[in-house]
Write a protein that binds this ligand. Structure first.
Ligand code: 1CP
Length: 353
């Protein structure tokens, strides 16, 4: 399919099969890069880093300068949305995020969606700066957490093992919990509208904890709010592609892709590439799904896995990526080796059996 688009990432999202495939990595800007750690040490804390356009723009561009990925993902965090809504947020070194817990509809009532545009204006300024200096083959990717995943952090007060607080609330009082999800969906529409207005060319919705929900809850709190966000953005920006990443969705990937209206779907490491080729690629662009540990290990294991993915998925619309984020211990030279491997010719030979 010819789309008249020059940027490889946008061509793949419009349905073209490209060889070599466009690529970028989740968490490509981060702790595995020495130049990231240097900038990180200059900021007082992580929230401040995300709200300082000069530094956030620099962090967005660092991996592109080194490796020439086709996608530059805006440097920020999915938890900047609850922060902008008025929830207290801190990142403690080595521990991950800590939030003041939201536990009932009364606490939801205190969140203020009108603050989004002003509180997150520095993120939009970062997008304007990056877009202004980006080379013509690189696409600027904006993002937000999907409502379910953001809600898990807001209700649990940080990361969680079993999601028992957020699920207990959702199952006990589904209507009350809907109020939080609805507010997050509206806030996400505003946030992504601001990002696209500032020059972002693609948006990704990270639903990192989608796979923790049983089917009816997945439909209500993953598919429905995502469908609503996609529909609103498509009315405002018909040409801006949207990628959904419902991590862990297993047998619900197909339904997610059909029912939400996303243009592309990010698949985690556990999704069989043969299934993605047969079932998902006819419905949209597939992005993924190298095991981040293979990038950490490198060598022959990395080479073989990259070739296998390209053979299986390269005949359809495909964006190469990891199945989850780059691990902080990943040697920078392995990412260089990956860039080289991806530029080599590989014949796509999907096996339909
Ligand atoms: O100490 C540090 O330097 C902070 C580490 C760090 C970084 C580099 C955090 C804290 N966030 C980020 C940046 C980030 N987060 C980006 C920037 C662009 C890029 O990808 O390079 C993006 C897109 C995210 C998205 C994000 N944040 C997600 C969704 C993707 C995923 O990994 O599943 C999630 C769940 C978060 C929450 C978060 N922020 C930071 C941490 C340590 C966590 C995870 C906590 C947990 O495991 O529950």
């Amino acid at each position: 399919m010819q789309t008249g688009q020059a940027k490889p990432l946008l061509r793949a999202l419009a349905g073209e099969a490209l060889s070599p495939p466009p690529w970028w990595l989740m968490r490509q800007a981060g702790r595995y890069l020495p130049e990231y750690r240097e900038v990180r040490a200059r900021a007082r804390d992580f929230v401040e880093l995300c709200l300082t356009p000069e530094l956030a723009a620099e962090l967005t561009l660092q991996p592109i300068r080194r490796y020439g990925m086709h996608g530059a993902i805006l440097f920020s965090d999915i938890l900047m949305l609850p922060y902008a809504l008025g929830q207290k947020l801190a990142f403690h070194e080595g521990e991950g995020p800590v939030l003041e817990r939201i536990e009932d509809p009364a606490a939801v009532g205190k969140l203020d969606a009108r603050r989004i545009a002003s509180a997150l204006d520095p993120v939009f300024e970062t997008a304007r700066r990056v877009r202004g200096g980006l080379d013509p083959r690189t696409t600027l990717i904006g993002f937000a957490g999907a409502p379910w995943t953001v809600a898990t952090y807001m209700v649990e007060g940080g990361g969680s093992r079993d999601f028992r607080r957020v699920k207990s609330w959702a199952y006990r009082d589904p209507q009350g919990f809907d109020a939080l999800i609805d507010l997050l969906a509206d806030a996400t529409i505003e946030y992504l509208t601001g990002q696209i207005g500032a020059g972002v060319e693609v948006v990704q919705l990270f639903d990192s904890w989608a796979g923790t929900l049983p089917e009816p809850a997945f439909v209500r709190w993953v598919i429905e709010p995502t469908r609503r966000i996609v529909a609103a953005l498509k009315v405002r920006f018909a040409g801006c592609p949207i990628i959904g990443f419902p991590r862990g969705a297993g047998m619900l990937h197909e339904r997610y892709l059909r029912d939400t209206g996303v243009d592309g779907i990010g698949i985690d490491t556990a999704v069989p590439p043969g299934y993605a080729h047969r079932t998902l690629q006819p419905l949209g662009t597939v992005q993924g799904n190298l095991d981040p540990v293979l990038l950490l290990v490198g060598g022959a294991a990395l080479e073989e896995a990259v070739r296998g993915l390209r053979q299986m998925l390269g005949a359809g619309p495909y964006i190469f990526n990891l199945g989850h984020g780059v691990l902080p211990e990943t040697p920078a030279e392995n990412v260089q080796a990956l860039a080289r491997l991806l530029s080599e010719p590989v014949l796509a030979q999907p096996m339909d059996a």
